[in-house]
Design a protein around this ligand. Structure first.
Ligand code: 13P
Length: 263
């Protein structure tokens, strides 16, 4: 049986003081003996504050992005060894927002090219993370337009194929995949339970072919997109959904603890 995993993606929210206060309340609200694996991915600058509060608890800390080169003249970038040094055990890769695919666009459409992650950069980041023993959380998912054109499975299959070039089953044993339909992110629209389960099952089938069957059966596949206390339990009860990648609802410790309760 796969252990449920619930990850909070704080995105670009929380100062260090707010981060510290949020996780201090979270550790009060969530039983450390919970059967659910719990992690928070804060912005880079508050990673240290969260690591300090989580020290001595089973809760883990992840990053939201990374650069694949080990060091050098890469202004604005953060390496895998810096993440490991700061205490990160996980890292999100290929989030639709870093790929420039937004469910709710809050920047002008002309500036979206700034967020230009591709399947190739996703692949480089995964390799760099695995070399540092940081577990990647690979995000895949379709836009509303792609869904309406009946291309959901094709888009996800291509994202998976691109992400796993040169990666073996043994490499990705501890890795995670998240299905995040772009149209359900930050929009309040959740993918229906049966469809979210179907797509997570489709992802597992692809992983069987790309990696191998036993690895595919052990990898946690999360659902993300408007997960909240009111829908978490039903989503996480689906057989192919092994937990959630939670944005908005992870910012409030009470809401996030209820989502964890749902798992
Ligand atoms: P929301 O939960 O705010 O829809 O965000 C989901 C997400 O993108 C998590 O990575």
């Amino acid at each position: 049986m796969r252990k449920k995993l619930v990850v909070g993606n704080w995105k670009m929210n929380m100062t260090r003081a707010q981060a510290k206060a949020a996780v201090e309340s979270l550790v009060q609200l969530v039983d450390p003996k919970t059967e659910v694996e719990v992690a928070i991915c804060p912005p880079f600058l508050s990673i240290e504050s969260v690591v300090t509060v989580f020290s001595g608890t089973p809760f883990q800390v992840g990053a939201q992005d990374v650069f694949w080169m080990p060091s050098g003249a890469f202004t604005g970038c953060v390496s895998t060894s810096m993440l490991a040094d700061a205490g990160c055990e996980l890292c999100i890769v290929g989030h639709s927002e870093t790929r420039g695919r937004f469910g709710k666009l809050e920047v002008p459409a002309t500036t979206v090219a700034y967020f230009a992650e591709s399947d190739e950069t996703v692949n480089l980041k995964i390799k760099a993370l695995l070399a540092q023993s940081i577990r990647p959380i690979l995000c895949v998912g379709e836009t509303l337009e792609e869904r309406n054109e009946g291309r959901t499975d094709e888009v996800i299959a291509a994202q998976l194929k691109g992400a796993f070039v040169g990666i073996t089953a043994a490499d990705y044993k501890a890795g995670v995949v998240a299905y995040e339909p772009v149209w359900a992110i930050g929009t309040g629209k959740t993918c229906d339970n049966a469809e979210a389960n179907r797509v997570c099952g489709f992802i597992r089938e692809q992983l069987r072919a790309i990696l191998d069957a036993s690895t595919a059966d052990s990898i946690r596949i999360l659902y993300g997109g408007s997960v909240k206390p009111s829908n978490a339990k039903d989503l996480f009860a689906q057989p192919e959904i092994d937990g959630g990648l939670v944005g908005g609802a992870s910012l409030d410790p009470k809401d996030f603890s209820e989502v964890i309760q749902g798992a």
